[in-house]
Design a protein around this ligand. Structure first.
Ligand code: CA
Length: 284
């Protein structure tokens, strides 16, 4: 499998500090494949950047350590390892917050994609997103853990109403919010030419999906796409930190292609949902 990718995190036009964070793999990846992590921190002056920083350092470290220890060969077996790595980051954030009063209440979203042998495994907590552009169609692969998304799921709001809703910042899940974190995992079969996008709400808030699709589709390279997406968010006022990771599948080995495979996404662990642990974002 051969991929090309780019990631950019930008402070935007309004905020003083960038509390988003990215972890990008080396071009050749590691033995366990490539892992991309994007986190959007919250929780005051010190906490937000601290929480997202912990997420993007702990998750790759623990995931690759577990892969190396397990000698896992089958991509499907990576799911529990990725979940455990996210749980480790949650614990680390809770421990640091408990030890330092200035970090009380810090938390972060996390969206990650692990790629290997023609397969993608997406992990999500919060309202950062993973999208797939395939054959000109853009699809959101992750599900937002936010109050407005619950309203959309119940039919009380449309997606467009939710995008600009006054309460769109209220999350129902985040790393750091509780001792236990529930992680959504979505496995996907990839095809040649697929483009994956990870982004924070600094992109999908101000920039509608139709524009994201157009910009992703028009760009010749991931770097070009990433720059255009950041520009689009800033053109809309850049109200928040904005981060994007763009990954293009350039070539799958013949053994990796599974024609006819159902690409339907499937949440490996459907949780009870609910409103426990509501976390309101605090902006400095
Ligand atoms: Ca944000």
């Amino acid at each position: 499998m051969r991929i090309s990718f780019a990631g950019i995190s930008d402070v935007g036009r309004v905020r003083q500090e960038n509390q988003d964070a990215l972890a990008m793999p080396s071009l050749e990846g590691q033995a366990g494949g490539w892992l991309f992590v994007l986190a959007d921190g919250m929780g005051g002056v010190a906490g937000g950047a601290q929480a997202s920083g912990i997420a993007v350092s702990v998750v790759p470290r623990e995931f690759h350590r577990a892969l190396a220890a397990a000698g896992v060969e089958q991509p499907a077996e990576r799911a529990p390892l990725l979940r455990a790595a996210v749980e480790s980051a949650n614990r680390e954030i809770r421990e640091q917050a408990a030890a330092d009063a200035s970090l009380t209440g810090m938390g972060t979203t996390l969206v990650a994609v692990a790629l290997r042998r023609g397969r993608a495994l997406i992990a999500n907590v919060g309202d950062s997103r993973a999208y797939l552009l395939r054959a000109g169609e853009l699809r959101q692969l992750s599900e937002d853990h936010s109050l407005v998304q619950q309203e959309v799921a119940m039919g009380a709001l449309t997606a467009e109403e939710a995008r600009n809703h006054a309460m769109k910042n209220i999350l129902t899940r985040a790393l750091g919010a509780e001792d236990q974190v529930e992680v959504d995992l979505f496995p996907h079969e990839l095809k040649n030419g697929d483009v994956l996008l990870l982004c924070s709400d600094g992109l999908h808030g101000p920039v509608p999906d139709a524009s994201i699709k157009e910009l992703l589709g028009a760009a010749s390279q991931p770097q070009d796409a990433a720059e255009r997406l950041i520009e689009a968010a800033n053109h809309q006022g850049g109200p928040d930190n904005v981060s994007v990771v763009v990954v293009r599948v350039d070539e799958l080995d013949s053994s990796e292609q599974e024609p006819g495979t159902d690409t339907q996404s499937r949440n490996l662990e459907q949780g009870p949902g609910g409103l426990r642990g509501l976390l309101r974002r605090v902006f400095s």
